[in-house]
Design a protein around this ligand. Structure first.
Ligand code: FES
Ligand SMILES: [Fe+2]
Length: 335
């Protein structure tokens, strides 16, 4: 008996390459990578303000505690579920707008509006939170697995400026993070020329990221000597000489909901008489570089497909991502 489907005469039949093991999408099986994610610029959170923000496909609030430090917590009041972002800060506590229960920075309800003792279970989920590089960062987990980049100069010797892109890109944060080990794109999209061979051999891998140093030229023949790395799945850093001065970028990719992220970036230069001039230049190059990636990442349908020799480091990064820790301990609180 003849088969229903026959190859069309002359058509090339070619077996598909073996299906690779894929990097899990953020939110797959309800899990997200355990990384530091930017949620807001530090300048967007004034003392006394409660910001409601999307995070991990749920909702959080961020406010400043008595010491001015930001604290991120689940947004929904355990009493009847009001969104705490419509409440206010009273004595460094978040007061729910509905019945005036108040939550301190540890997430515990310490007071109700009518004087009933708060139920012991009336607690919010509190996330590890820090303000660094002009950005508020929140860790997906109960305890951070790694620290944000430690720069080679103390803060007092640095001058910085932070910005957010103002537009979400339609891909997971790790897709942007995978740009750093993508040597092909560094050369053709950003026009970096390495002094030596592609620096695959120079990449140092560790449990929560990778780092490599290289020298070469950037667009316009600007000499560069960089150390660049990725931490977790959402933090990029790069520092070193750019032309005649030292500069650094620390960039984070946010995690509002699966398949989306926004770029938050800080540029830093050495303090001194020319600091502002250098900072303006670094911010210009930073925005230009993100702009070069933007349309590609906003439309990408990421496939972990056919790699070549120039993709050695990218291939290893994809393997790193596949086994990266994923969890969602705040799921019951923020949804
Ligand atoms: S819902 Fe928040 S105090 Fe009642
Ligand atoms: Fe890029």
């Amino acid at each position: 008996m003849q088969q229903d489907t026959q190859p069309i005469a002359g058509a090339r039949t070619r077996p598909l390459p073996p299906r690779p093991v894929l990097v899990p999408a953020e939110g797959e099986n309800g899990l997200f990578s355990q990384s530091w994610f930017p949620v807001a610029l530090a300048a967007e959170l004034a003392p006394g303000q409660v910001l409601g923000l999307p995070f991990l496909d749920g909702r959080i609030v961020v406010f400043r505690g008595p010491d001015g430090k930001p604290q991120a917590m689940s947004a929904y009041c355990p009493h009847l579920g009001a969104d705490l972002s419509v409440g206010k800060v009273v004595d460094s506590r978040v007061q729910c707008a509905f019945h005036h229960w108040e939550y301190d920075v540890s997430g515990a309800c310490v007071k109700t509006g009518v004087g009933d003792p708060p139920p012991p279970a009336a607690c919010l989920f509190t996330f590890p939170t820090q303000e660094r590089f002009g950005i508020i960062w929140v860790f997906n987990g109960e305890t951070p697995l790694f620290e944000l980049p430690q720069l080679p100069y103390p803060d007092a010797e640095l001058h910085f400026g932070a910005y957010r892109m103002g537009q979400e890109l339609r891909c997971d944060p790790w897709v942007f993070a995978a740009n750093t080990p993508d040597m092909q794109h560094l050369k053709v999209v950003h026009k970096i020329q390495f002094d030596a061979q592609d620096p695959h051999e120079l990449v140092k891998w560790h449990e929560f990221g990778m780092e490599f140093s290289y020298s070469g030229t950037h667009q316009g023949g600007v000499p560069i000597a960089n150390t660049a790395g990725i931490l977790g799945t959402s933090v990029f850093y790069r520092w070193g000489m750019y032309g005649g001065y030292w500069r650094c970028n620390v960039t984070g990719f946010s995690m509002p909901r699966p398949g989306h992220h926004e770029v938050f970036s800080c540029s830093l230069v050495r303090a001194g008489p020319q600091a502002q001039e250098h900072l303006d230049d670094v911010l210009r190059v930073s925005r230009r570089t993100v702009g070069e990636d933007k349309d590609i990442l906003n439309t990408i349908h990421y496939r972990q497909g056919l790699l070549t020799k120039a993709d050695v480091t990218l291939g290893r990064f994809l393997r790193y991502l596949r086994s990266y820790p994923r969890a969602h301990p705040s799921a019951d609180f923020i949804n």
